[in-house]
Design a protein around this ligand. Structure first.
Ligand SMILES: [Zn+2]
Length: 238
């Protein structure tokens, strides 16, 4: 596990360098970018976000972390990773003005978890943060839902981001080495391809699979009890 974490932090450090190197271009002014890093479920998106935040803070730089979803009693959201690392985050509500929030304290970087749940308006605010406040923004999230359609936030990020990067993961089907590009929804042992985008409180599972196994799910993918509920962070907790 340590080995995996180390690899991720190496990769993240490279990105940090890239952000730094952007300084000094266009007449000494920092050129910030809006990054959209998408991946399937369990592709270590939250771990990467937490590592980037850690790297910035280690250098004495401030980071604002945001997450869509419901706040806890202290008024904070949470970014949690599968390996047990977590940190508090500013929750994003329907009426949250991300631009105004960032303008208040001008951090060195803005990180957004579960970016697929953002509204188009929120994504436009992220672009405004980059262009007018010159603060780099890195948004992590899923690209598509189990119906193979964009989430609102993901679609807006694809349209507005300066740089789109894929965090790759392999199909969960045993003995399949293809890249996972789809999310398979499984309910009571059967694949589901139609319905509401987000079902809260259901007992369905979501699994990252390749296109072939999305259309031809094998027994073990359907039977296994492991999986992840896909609801906005916070709604699945408490
Ligand atoms: Zn597969």
């Amino acid at each position: 596990m340590l080995k995996g974490v180390r690899k991720i932090s190496d990769r993240v450090e490279k990105t940090g360098e890239r952000v730094e190197k952007n300084k000094g271009q266009s007449g000494g002014q920092q050129v910030a970018k809006l990054y959209f890093r998408y991946g399937q479920m369990n592709a270590s998106k939250s771990i990467q976000l937490l590592t980037v935040a850690h790297n910035y803070e280690e250098q004495g730089k401030r980071v604002n972390v945001y997450t869509p979803g419901i706040a806890n009693r202290e008024g904070l959201g949470q970014v949690a990773s599968r390996v047990g690392i977590a940190r508090s985050a500013f929750p994003i509500g329907v009426d949250t003005d991300l631009f105004a929030s960032v303008r208040e304290n001008l951090p060195h970087c803005v990180l957004v978890d579960e970016a697929q749940f953002l509204s188009r308006r929120h994504v436009e605010q992220l672009a405004q943060i980059v262009d007018e406040l010159h603060v780099p923004v890195i948004a992590y999230g899923l690209l598509k839902d189990y119906r193979n359609q964009f989430f609102e936030g993901s679609e807006a990020l694809v349209l507005w981001a300066d740089q789109i990067e894929e965090i790759k993961t392999v199909c969960v089907q045993e003995n399949c080495n293809r890249k996972a590009t789809m999310i398979l929804k499984v309910k009571e042992g059967h694949p589901v391809y139609v319905g509401e985008q987000i079902e809260i409180g259901g007992n369905e599972l979501y699994r990252s699979v390749c296109r072939y196994h999305y259309l031809h799910p094998d027994g073990s993918v359907l039977i296994e009890t492991q999986g992840k509920s896909m609801v906005p962070r916070g709604k699945s907790r408490n």
